[in-house]
Design a binder for this molecule. Structure first.
Ligand code: 5GP
Ligand code: MN
Length: 339
């Protein structure tokens, strides 16, 4: 369907229903939060009774985002979340397309499969048929960019106020690594529009990147110095962080965000992996340079997915076993990693 028609059908769907529940993925990042909060503020402006529910907590460095205190965190405020979900007449899924990415909310959400759903997302592999309206595009910076286009292109540009624009810009800045990758002509076009509201770009950037604790920076130094292995044969680097590593630096949610990018600054490195021991599971983050697809690798071996150059996954095993699994599968990718 033409994008214009999809925009129209999303607006029409939002207008048709009253109790709108916006849901994003577990371990939400800047784009999950920014796109959800912007759509939430917009939906309220057009008369919906909207709520945002996320599976678990957001990173500390996003806690300043406009209206973030309105967000309901499912694993902290389960009763409230369940009540709101039971009253929903429309669900909007933002920044994910694999239902299991809603983590602790997944089982509960399955009970509402018959309620209409909207999808707005920029990951590969969306099942468009499952949605009343589906805005799924991969050649775009972020879900926030899609939400910005939705608002801007449908005659609602006067609704793009400072709070909505700030939330959207957070999503675009974080998902592009400060405009380092996944940037398209359309990204700069929409950012120019967002900047034309009275937002303070410098302040937003500083709020995201210059508010770390001392512990967070020292954890980064420790992980690079003591926990990084370079596998030259595969042009690959991996970093691991055990539970006790994180505890000794008083880990706060979001503290390892961005760590996976650092090994890519080495000229020869094509793929970087961060393996983190979390409560009961091992989380893996993958990044690559060029056309090596970490999405394929994460899908095939790590129950995950994402994009060509940025993906994630999970394993339920020990940290040692997860590292071994990565090492074991690398020969399969040797040629691609040496191209
Ligand atoms: P991160 O490494 O920052 O957690 O995730 C990188 C990218 O991969 C993000 O776009 C994220 O949405 C996607 N991603 C992360 N974890 C998963 C996962 O478990 N499954 C899928 N399908 N995508 C993931
Ligand atoms: Mn995203």
């Amino acid at each position: 369907m033409f994008k214009e028609l999809i925009f129209k059908s999303i607006i029409k769907t939002l207008n048709k229903y009253n109790n709108v529940v916006i849901v994003s993925h577990a371990n939400p990042d800047g784009d999950a939060m920014g796109s959800s909060l912007a759509l939430y503020l917009f939906a309220k402006k057009i008369g919906c009774n909207a709520n945002v529910i996320i599976p678990n907590d957001y990173p500390m460095f996003l806690s300043w985002m406009p209206n973030i205190d309105d967000v309901i965190i499912f694993d902290k405020n389960t009763d409230k979340a369940l009540t709101i979900m039971s009253e929903a007449d429309l669900f909007c899924f933002l920044d994910f397309n694999t239902p299991s990415r809603t983590g602790v909310m997944h089982n509960e959400l399955c009970r509402y499969n018959k309620i209409p759903h909207i999808l707005i997302d920029h990951h590969l592999g969306a099942d468009e048929s499952a949605f009343e309206a589906c805005l799924s595009e991969t050649e775009i910076s972020s879900t926030s960019e899609l939400v910005a286009q939705l608002i801007n292109n449908q005659g609602f540009d006067n609704y793009l106020d400072k709070d909505i624009a700030t939330n959207l810009l957070v999503g675009i800045i974080t998902d592009t690594g400060s405009f380092a990758h996944s940037v398209f002509d359309s990204t700069f076009d929409i950012c120019a529009k967002l900047l034309s509201t009275s937002i303070n770009y410098k302040e937003i950037h500083q709020n995201i990147y210059d508010t770390s604790s001392e512990n967070r920076l020292r954890l980064l130094g420790y992980l690079i110095n003591d926990r990084m292995t370079i596998l030259n044969e595969y042009n690959t680097a991996y970093i691991y962080a055990s539970k006790s590593d994180l505890e000794s630096y008083n880990y706060q949610v979001g503290d390892t965000e961005g760590v996976v990018n650092y090994p890519l600054s080495i000229n020869s490195i094509r793929m970087s992996v961060l393996i983190t021991e979390r409560q009961g599971v091992i989380r893996l983050s993958f990044r690559s340079k060029g056309d090596f697809s970490v999405n394929d690798l994460a899908r095939k071996h790590f129950n995950g997915g994402g994009h060509l150059n940025a993906a994630g996954g999970t394993l339920t095993c020990s940290l040692e076993q997860a590292i071994q699994k990565l090492i074991d599968i690398l020969p399969e990718y040797k040629d691609l990693l040496n191209k």
